[in-house]
Each structure stands twice: as C-alpha cells, then as structure tokens.
Ligand binder design. Structure first.
Ligand SMILES: [Fe+2]
Ligand SMILES: [Fe+2]
Length: 193
C-alpha cells in the first residue's frame, strides 16, 4: 500500500474523474464528517477516511454495470438486492478498493459493505460511516442536523436514529426493506430498552 497521503491523493483524483460533481462533494463531506467523529471517539481515522472516501465509488454505476461487476467478482445477489440493485454498490466497493488501490482491510471493507442497509453486527467504524453518510452537512433533509448534533454526544443513539429514518422512509415509499436493516434495528433497539 502507498503511504496514506499519496494514497488519499490518488483516490481523490480517481473519484473526481469517476463521480458527478455533487457525488464527489458528498464523498468529501462524508470524509470530513467521519474524520471528526473518529477524532471525537478516539478511533483509527486512517481506516475511517479510506472507508468514507470509497463507500460510494460505484454509486454512478448503472444497474447493468453493477450486475456485470458483481458477476465478475462472483458476488451473489440476494432476492432483496435483486429488487433494488443499487443496494449492492456498498457491498461491491471492497472489490473496487482492492483492484484500484490495493486496499484490503476488513474494518474498511465492513464499513463500506454496511453503509447502506446497516447490519446486525456493527462496529465503531461501521457506525461512524453509517452516521456520517446520513448526516454530512450537504444533506438537505431536516433529520441530518438532528443526527449530526446527536452524533457529537452519542454515536449509538445517532446510529439508532439513522436506521429508524431509513426504515421509515422505505415504508413510506412502499419500498422493500432489506432484512439486514431490520437486523440492525433489532440489535440497536435491544440496547435502548
Ligand atoms: Fe452509498
Ligand atoms: Fe454516500
């Protein structure tokens, strides 16, 4: 692996070319938000930064491109993802990180995989990305600010708010809800009794 500064510069350069200007701005904003949270909670900010920069690296892929990419890496798509292909952009991000930049770190990979649906087991880095992706300052919805303020004091409570917002949004749009989102909700709810 290149040294971190050079690696980050290379990733930024690549993403700037690959992503739309808005998406690139979102990614940088998630990175800043995630880095602040990592500092606040004494975490490895290098891993947090890599996961944040790469979490949406395949977000501009069409469904067809995602399916092709999944097939190439023998990634099996479940029935819920079949219904909403874009759900897999996070789960495929580790393949992109490894192919393009030689990054293969389980903590980074786990955070990227879980950033969209959440998961039954989420570690601190998973939660930082999950929360930062939802509440970075460029997000327009009103819940972003509430979650951002909450995250300063309590990462667990902020993660719980995020999963509840995501489930409610899917319900209101009659969209399928991935079982991992329910698993994430149930695990978190148990610690909020
Ligand atoms: Fe995403
Ligand atoms: Fe994102």
């Amino acid at each position: 692996m290149l040294n971190q500064t050079k690696l980050i510069a290379r990733i930024e350069e690549h993403l700037k070319k690959d992503l739309t200007a808005n998406r690139f701005a979102h990614v940088l904003s998630v990175r800043d938000q995630a880095r602040n949270l990592a500092k606040r909670y004494n975490m490895d900010s290098k891993k947090v930064e890599l996961a944040a920069l790469l979490h949406d690296s395949l977000k501009e892929f069409s469904d067809c491109e995602l399916l092709k990419f999944a097939k190439k890496h023998d990634f099996l798509i479940d029935e819920y993802e079949q219904d909403n292909i874009s759900l897999i952009h996070g789960k495929l991000a580790p393949f992109f990180a490894k192919n393009q930049f030689g990054i293969d770190d389980e903590i980074v990979n786990s955070a990227m995989r879980k950033h969209t649906t959440g998961a039954s087991k989420m570690g601190p880095v998973d939660k930082v990305l999950f929360v930062a992706d939802f509440c970075e300052p460029l997000r327009q919805y009103s819940e972003a600010e509430t979650v951002r303020n909450l995250a300063e004091r309590d990462l667990e409570a902020a993660s719980f708010e995020v999963i509840k917002h995501k489930i409610r949004k899917n319900l209101s749009k009659n969209r399928i809800i991935h079982p991992e989102s329910f698993n994430a909700y149930n695990t978190m709810a148990q610690s909020f009794h």
